[in-house]
Each structure stands twice: as structure tokens, then as C-alpha cells.
Design a protein around this ligand. Sequence first.
Ligand SMILES: CCC(=O)SCCNC(=O)CCNC(=O)[C@H](O)C(C)(C)COP(=O)(O)OP(=O)(O)OC[C@H]1O[C@@H](n2cnc3c(N)ncnc32)[C@H](O)[C@@H]1OP(=O)(O)O
Length: 635
Amino acid sequence: MASRYHEVYEGWKRDPELFWAEAAKAIDWYSPPDSVFDAQAGVYGRWFTGASCNTCFNAVDRHVAGGRADQIALIHDSAITGTVRKFTYAELKREVVALTSVLKNRGVGKGDRVIIYMPMVPEAAFAMLACARLGAVHSVVFGGFASHELATRIDDARPKLIISASCGLEPGRTVAYKPLLDTAIELSKHKPDACLILQRDQLRCELKDHYDIDYADAVARERAAGANVDCVPVLATDPLYIIYTSGTTGQPKGIVRDNGGHMVALKWTMENEFGVRPGEVFWAASDVGWVVGHSYIVYGPLLHGCTSILFEGKPIGTPDAGTYWRVIAEHGVVALFTAPTAFRAIKGQDPKGEFVPKFDLSKFRTLFLAGERADPETIKWAEQKLNVPVIDHWWQTETGSPMTINPAGLGLLPVKYGSPGVPMPGYDIRVLDDAGHEVPRGTLGNVVVKLPLPAGCLPTLWNADARFRQAYLEEFPGFYKTADAGMMDEDGYLFVMARTDDIINVAGHRLSTGAMEEVLSAHPDVAECAVIGIADQMKGQVPLGFVVLNAGVTRDTGAIESEVVSLVRERIGPVAAFKTVVTIKRLPKTRSGKILRGTMQKIADKEEWTMPATIDDPVILDEITAALKGRGIGV
Ligand SMILES: CCC(=O)SCCNC(=O)CCNC(=O)[C@H](O)C(C)(C)COP(=O)(O)OP(=O)(O)OC[C@H]1O[C@@H](n2cnc3c(N)ncnc32)[C@H](O)[C@@H]1OP(=O)(O)O
């Protein structure tokens, strides 16, 4: 089929408000907007101002009323416990309504925040939808973050209630969530009124009297009482959720998502970008704690009337490299969205793809990859083994849905390996030099988006308009700074090459090296430190730390390094994948004191490098090279 992409994109460019007004017809509203876009509202304008709606109604209730009551809405497939649980739209509504009633009876109402710190269980999705039903604002915190990170988010979001579970299940180990939660509440200044705890049989936990509530008991009581809570109308511009993402410091940024624009944008992407129809099975193999989980495990597929899969497992080891194909075959998945790391892991274990033909993948149409750069070798391997189009695409927690993709629903454009596709409607993407001038096609520069950002993007940061302006809007006036560097080719395909800040991407997880440096500096023996991201065959990048010890420290450096590694795991969490730290005598710096992290990274990655003209003492780079060689890095 010839692609309609150019026609649709040009249509949006000619009249953006008409484009979004048309897209908004796919959503049920309680009352229409005063304006599709109000340029005077908010930091850079707001979408669908004055409209009222409810996201839970659109994701659940309207499907029950509209003929999908008996269709499976959600499948929880746990490759770790070997169980599958399915919920029809009617059952999903029952679960969500009962939980909403629990929250309401605990005093949670419109605008209140609720933190959800849960493993990959269906109750995590019920919790998100129950908050949406009440007009409360959820903030899901990824389970791989430790207490300190959770405490930071508690203090920023100030939740009335926390919903959590007794444990999460990682291959080979059970992660006790309750002690992490209790420590986080001890560490935080803000104290939530109560915690609702889902007891999992794999590891039950003690509940604190008068504070912790048993999830299953509370929900069962509401169900037995025949509780019914209608969806609460909220403004399209009211917040649906806050999701925290790494900033350049240890203080994460609270990305705000609204209700109206978010629904409109996600619904549009399901059909036009992912090429999926209502009633079909969509699987985003991510975690509910990441934006992919919000947009494409929970809200996107449900708003579109699809069946969504919530998968508890890993691409390999649960039990083997055939798990993904088993899930696709067993549940009739038509499209899978995952991170390239997952495919690199599968390819590493099963390079010949011998597991693939063991499963019936006849319904499977498209593989979507995002979250980190997809290397052409992995894309080609997947294309060859699966015999379906493999679509790399690019977006951010801030945008909530793809900025660039090869739009399957509009008809695929030719694939260009190494490019995550072309800009989607809403995104006027430009590449600028550091002075803010547009660079010619094919030239590397700062990737920016011309304001206003489209429906579904963050309107601001939680309680931090000034930080939003400073972080995203000030450097290139009139544009949103993506902090990615890249280039646009003559055909309008984008190529994203690197970050322009200190964020690194580890297995599709966005992490701040600045935040890790804050942890390293907290070790009593550390005088100075630096953390860089170095290339890793499996995870794309991994962090590497350098420490300079305080004068007079005579302890064994190996012991100090192990303590530093443990400190990062304890403060940030296992997800940081911080495993290596190297003790050095001095850090290489410019004469003005700036640490030469870029040069250190090039040495570690065995890339060509030139001596920085402003370096204070060139000999230090020889010391770094030798120290890394001693660890087998950069050799
Ligand atoms: C487009 C917009 C975006 O970019 S949104 C972000 C998109 N990113 C993603 O969806 C993430 C994709 N990555 C993944 O799903 C995983 O990394 C995959 C590929 C499955 C590999 O998982 P895994 O083998 O656990 O490696 P990892 O690097 O993720 O984990 C490192 C350590 O952290 C742990 N961990 C992970 N998740 C949790 C969790 N929920 N609760 C507790 N711990 C967790 C892992 O067990 C691992 O621990 P360890 O160091 O091995 O002991």
C-alpha cells in the first residue's frame, strides 16, 4: 500500500488545530473544549481547554457499554510464576470500580496524588485506572528503584496514599518491596496517610496496624458491598499522572501528563502509527514504571479497545530465549513493542533463531523497537528471523508517544537502517547548531521541536514551571530541546546519534550520571568522582565510575570500590547497573576545572581522541588509560 504519510503530515502542518479537532472525535467527552488550542494558557499553551472528560471512562466503561464487555482487555502473563490471568473489559471494570471505592473511602479525591510502587501485576494497571476514575493523579515508580529514589518522589508528589505489593519477582530472586517502601517513608519528609499493600504468595509481608491496608481484603469488602463509583469528570487539562525521569541532578523531573490531549494522541497513534485495530492484541514488553508501560501497556491499547499484555518476565532466562515467541503465539499478538536490548539478549542466546519456528507466529505483523538506539545488525537479525517489518522509532518520557516512526498504519515508508523514521503530525522537528541556527540537511546538531508541543506532550513539570522552562525551552527560544543530537537527511528521516547532556541509556533505562556522582561523593573516603557511560554490547551503555580518594586514606581500594558499588545499588537501585568503579589518583580537568568526561569515555570505548587544548595536565590521561587497562577496559 502506498503510504499516506506525506499527505497526513502536510495536512497537520497546514492546520494543526483542525488535525487535532478531528483526532479528538475518537474520544468521548462530557463537554467540548472552549478552544482546541489556547496559546495563552500554561507555559507554551494548552490543548482542549475547557473540555471535560475522564480517561478511565474512555479506557474501560465505554467499551463495556459499547459491545466489548466480554472481550479480553488485559492478560497478565507471568513467565516467572508460569501463570496467566485474563480480564475481560467487564471484569476490568469490576476490579477498577472496587479499588476506586477503596481509594475514595480513604479520602482520595480529584487532584490528590497516589504513588504506585508495584511489580508487573494487573493490580498496577487497576490502580492507575482507579486513580484516573477519581480524577486523582497517579505517579508510578519503577520497582527497580530503591528507597532513596522512592523517597525523593514521595516528597515531590506528596501522595495521600501509596499502593504497593509485598514483593516483585526477578529471575532467581524475590525482591521484598515492603522494606524498601517502609524505608522510603522513613526517609521522606512527607508521610502518606496510608499504604494499600497487595500480598503476593511468593513473599508475604507484615502489615502495620492502622497504617497498611490489605489490598485484597479491602477490594473484596467493596465488591461484597456492591460499591459503585462513577467516573469523575475532569478538565482535559487536569493532570492524569506524574512520571519521574532522570534530570541532570539527583532530583528527578516530574513529567506531567494531562487527560484530554493524552487520550487524543494515544488513540491516534494506535491506529495510524502502530497499525493496530480495536479488538486486536498488542504487547508492549516494558514495565508499567516506564512511560512505555503507561502509554502502551495501559492507556493506548485500552483506549483503542485492544487486548493488552502485561508480561512479568525477561526476554531470556524465563525460561529461555523462546519466551517472547511463546507469548506472541499463545495470545495472538499482532504487534510487539520492546527495547533493542531485549532483542540483543535473545540474539545472544539463540543466534540462529532456533526457537522461532517452534511457535505459530502467523498473527504477528510488526515489531516496534524504541527506548534506545536500535543498531542495524539487531534490526536485520529480527527482520530475517521473524519475517515481519521491524520499526525503530524515537520518543521520550516527555512526549508520551512517538516523535518519529515509520507509520505502519499510514502505510510503511522505505526503511532506512539507523533511522527511527520520520516526524509524526504535531512534531516540526529541526536540527540547530549551538547558536540556534538551523543546519543543512545531513549535518549533525541539536534536535529540537518547534513549539507548541502537540497534544499528549508534557505541559510542564510538576510544581516546577521555572525548571520546565529552564530545562527545555530557554536554550533554543521557540523550540523544545530534546537534548538529543542528530541529523535529518534529504528525505526527512531523522538520525539520532547521542545525548547532549549527562543522561545515559542503560538497557532502555534513562539514567543520570550526575545523580550517580552525587551518590559516589557521599562515600566518606571519596574526595572527587566522575561517572561516564561506556558502550556495552548487551545494554547499549553501562555506567563506569572513577573515584579519587581523600588524602590519607589507606584502606584497601578494592573494598572502597565495592562499597561505592553497593551504595549506588542501595540509593538508586539495581536498575542503574553500576558495577565498575576505578580508583585513580587525579581526574583530568580543563584549566577552568571542568572534568574531561568526554575524553575519558573515548579512551574507555577505544575511540579516537585528541588532546583537549585546554587540559590542565595531559599526563593524567595516561594515568586514566593505564588504570582502565588494568581493568581490561579500553584495550
Ligand atoms: C521511548 C520512551 C522510553 O524510552 S521509555 C523506556 C523504555 N525502556 C524500557 O522499556 C526498558 C527496556 N528494558 C527492559 O525491559 C530490560 O532492561 C530487559 C531488556 C528486559 C532486561 O532486563 P534485566 O535483565 O532485568 O536487566 P536490567 O538492566 O533491566 O536490570 C538491571 C538490574 O535491575 C533489576 N531489576 C529490573 N527491573 C526490576 C524491578 N522491576 N524490580 C526490581 N529489580 C529490577 C534486575 O533484576 C537487574 O538486577 P541485577 O543487577 O541482575 O541483580
